[in-house]
Each structure stands twice: as structure tokens, then as C-alpha cells.
Design a protein around this ligand. Structure first.
Ligand code: CAA
Ligand code: NAD
Length: 302
């Protein structure tokens, strides 16, 4: 076998080294689950203090997972935390990090310009075989990929919050995604313990296209005075078996995130009733009430 052929050998098709960009709520969870499965992970963010926070949240979450996995064996639990943490390193230098990575998962703010800047900055630096993926909630994967020269090695990997707990991964193919890339993404998703579904590049993919309009409808129901937010939440938990009611879930996801999603869709599809702006949601966000992360949303948190 010539050296040239070695680049397309099975070794290359396996994803072992992963770069996660954005160490917020989602990125830190994705880094954690990848590391738990033995990947070498580098988590990249823009500032050291954010990285420190990400590290703290990963340690806290890993301890919860360890408790569950090794209920009766404290030493094994500690070993699990230690060995997982050993698989994660942190960086503020994205360009340097991607030079030796098999997969880049982007989980930065939900803003197309920011995502374009990011992918443009790494497209010519990352190795040929490296696959790029975005964890966007609501933007078009094709539009994000359009600034790169590797649309065949581009797809969507949409995780759910909290990543270490939620079992689903939506794998999104754009028209240009090659079969090889798609298989790599599906196999990686399975390897990190997720159940994968395949979805076209349409707004909200499967889950958010159903979930986000429902959150909007719940707020409209509240505005019409049909019931209190607490009673609507109780109703959906006990009457529909949802683990959280719509207001609890909106607070959990972040009201700003929910608003960004609806605003983006409304701009693109102004005639769709379900995507229309929701007054109470906009008001809360303008007051800085973003849900759990800011201490108050539809509910107050201490
Ligand atoms: N890390 C590790 N483990 C965690 C965790 C975390 N961040 N959060 C919760 N857990 C574990 C807990 O340790 C606990 O484990 P045990 O069962 O062993 O005790 C288990 O999960 C349940 O947690 P809690 O007892 O604290 O609370 P709960 O029973 O209310 O469950 C929940 C919490 C899993 C978040 C549950 O309420 C739930 O499933 N809520 C709905 C979440 C959801 O719908 N997410 C999707 C949002 S949409 C999205 O993410 C897409 C988007 O693009 C916006
Ligand atoms: P977040 O605000 O918690 O975290 C974003 C992180 O990205 C921040 O730490 C920020 O410093 C960092 N960042 C911003 N620009 C960067 C850059 N150029 N390079 C490196 N890091 C950068 O946001 P989140 O809730 O984790 O969401 C991240 C992405 O995941 C978004 O696209 C969002 O739509 C999507 N998503 C969110 C959820 C959710 O429930 N919150 C669920 C699924 C998908």
C-alpha cells in the first residue's frame, strides 16, 4: 500500500480526535459525552474564564453520571470521572487545535454570521479528511456550510439539553453531504451512546419544529388567560406525560434561545402563524429574564 492510499484507509474513517467549539451549555455537554466514550476531545472557547466555567460544569455533570453508573462502587465512580477528564483538554486557539482533528462540532451562539466567520477561519487549516458539523437549533446547515469548500464533509449534529442525559441525536444531511461523511456522523453518534435519527435540512429539523411552536402556543394560551403557567405545565406533565411543562422547558432551554429560533423562522416565513412573535416572550427577554441561567424567566430560581 502506498502512502497516498493510507489516507483513505479505515484508520482515517474512524473519529478519534474531536474539537468542540463553544464551551457553553451545549458544547460542554457534547465534549463530556465524547470524552466518556474515549474520544480525545479539545473544547475551544474564546476566553479562559468561560473555559474554567465549562470545566466546572463538566466535572459536576460527570459526578452525577458516575453516581448513576457506579452506585455501589465509589472508587469506580472516581476512576470514571478521572479517566474521562483525562480525555478532555481546553484551548482558546481554534486554528491550532483543528490541525489534528477528525471532527469539528460547532456549538457557538445561534448567529449565522458568527458561524460563517468560524468555519471560514478553519476550512483551509483543518486536514482534508476532517468533517465539520454544526449543532445549530434552527439555522440551515446548507447555509452554514456554504462558506466552506468541504460541503461533502459537512453535516448537522443536533444534540439536546442536557446532553449527558438526552439520548437523541439528529443527524442532518445536506444535498452535498457524501455517503461516507453521513456514515461517519451516524457511527460517531452511536459510538458516543446516542440514538441517531436522520433528518433533512429543514427549519428545526424534527424535534424543534414540533417543540418550539408548542412553546409559543403555550405562551399565547397564557396571554389569552386560559390557565396559569403553572397549571399549563401541570397539564402537559400529567396529561401528556412530558417530563417538563412548556414554561419549565422554555426556562430550561433559555428564553433568548427560544426567541432567536422563532425570530429567525418568522423572518424567513412571515406567513406562518406558529412562527409569529410572542409578546410575553419578547418582553421577558428584553428585561433580561432569560430563564434558569439568569435566575428568572416564567419562574424565579434562587
Ligand atoms: N448531567 C448529568 N446528569 C444529569 C444532568 C446533567 N446536566 N441533568 C440531570 N441529570 C440526571 C440526574 O442526575 C438524574 O439521574 P438519576 O435518574 O440517576 O437520579 C436524572 O438525570 C434526572 O434528573 P433530576 O432528578 O435532577 O430531574 P428530572 O427527573 O426532572 O430530570 C431532565 C431532568 C432530564 C432535564 C428532565 O426534566 C427532562 O427530560 N426534561 C426535558 C428536557 C428536554 O426536553 N430537552 C430538550 C430541549 S430542546 C433542545 O435541547 C433542542 C434545542 O435545540 C433547543
Ligand atoms: P451558550 O450561550 O450557552 O454557549 C455558547 C458558547 O460559545 C459561549 O461559551 C461563547 O463564549 C462561545 N463562543 C461564541 N463565539 C465563539 C467563537 N467564535 N469561538 C469559540 N467559542 C465561541 O449557547 P448554547 O445554548 O450552548 O448553544 C450553542 C449552540 O447550540 C447554538 O447554535 C444553539 O442554537 C444550539 N443548541 C442549543 C440548545 C439549548 O437547549 N440551549 C439545544 C440544542 C442546540
Amino acid at each position: 500500500i502506498s502512502r497516498g492510499m493510507a489516507t483513505s484507509s479505515p484508520m482515517r474513517s474512524a473519529i478519534n480526535h474531536v474539537t468542540i467549539v463553544g464551551g457553553g451549555l451545549m458544547g460542554s455537554g457534547i465534549a463530556q459525552v465524547a470524552a466518556q466514550s474515549g474520544n480525545k476531545v479539545v473544547l475551544v472557547d474564546v476566553k479562559e474564564d468561560i473555559i474554567k466555567k465549562a470545566e466546572e460544569s463538566i466535572v459536576a455533570s460527570l459526578k452525577r453520571v458516575a453516581k448513576k453508573l457506579h452506585k455501589d462502587d465509589h472508587a469506580k465512580g472516581e476512576e470514571f470521572v478521572k479517566s474521562t477528564l483525562a480525555n478532555i483538554s481546553y484551548s482558546v486557539d481554534l486554528q491550532k487545535t483543528v490541525k489534528s482533528t477528525d471532527l469539528v462540532v460547532e456549538a457557538i451562539i445561534e448567529n449565522i454570521k458568527a458561524k460563517h466567520t468560524l468555519f471560514t477561519s478553519i476550512d483551509s487549516v483543518a486536514p482534508e479528511h476532517t468533517v465539520f458539523a454544526s449543532n445549530t437549533s434552527s439555522l440551515s446547515i446548507g447555509e452554514i456550510a456554504s462558506v466552506t469548500k468541504r460541503k461533502d464533509r459537512f453535516g448537522g449534529l443536533h444534540f439536546f439539553n442536557p446532553v449527558p442525559v438526552m439520548k437523541l441525536l439528529e443527524v442532518i444531511r445536506i444535498d452535498e453531504t457524501s455517503e461516507e461523511t453521513y456514515q461517519k456522523l451516524m457511527n460517531w453518534g452511536k459510538a458516543i451512546g446516542k440514538t441517531c435519527i436522520t433528518c433533512k435540512d429543514t427549519p428545526g429539523f424534527v424535534v424543534n419544529r414540533l417543540l418550539v411552536p408548542q412553546l409559543g402556543e403555550a405562551v399565547r394560551m397564557l396571554e389569552r388567560g386560559v390557565a396559569t403557567s403553572r397549571d399549563i405545565d401541570i397539564a402537559m406533565k400529567l396529561g401528556a406525560g412530558h417530563p417538563m411543562g412548556p414554561f419549565e422547558l422554555a426556562d430550561y432551554t433559555g428564553l433568548d434561545t427560544t426567541k432567536y429560533i422563532l425570530d429567525g423562522w418568522h423572518e424567513k416565513f412571515p406567513d406562518v402563524e406558529l412562527f409569529k412573535p410572542v409578546e410575553t416572550l419578547n418582553k421577558l427577554v428584553s428585561e433580561g429574564k432569560l430563564g434558569r441561567k439568569s435566575g428568572e424567566g416564567f419562574y424565579k430560581y434562587n
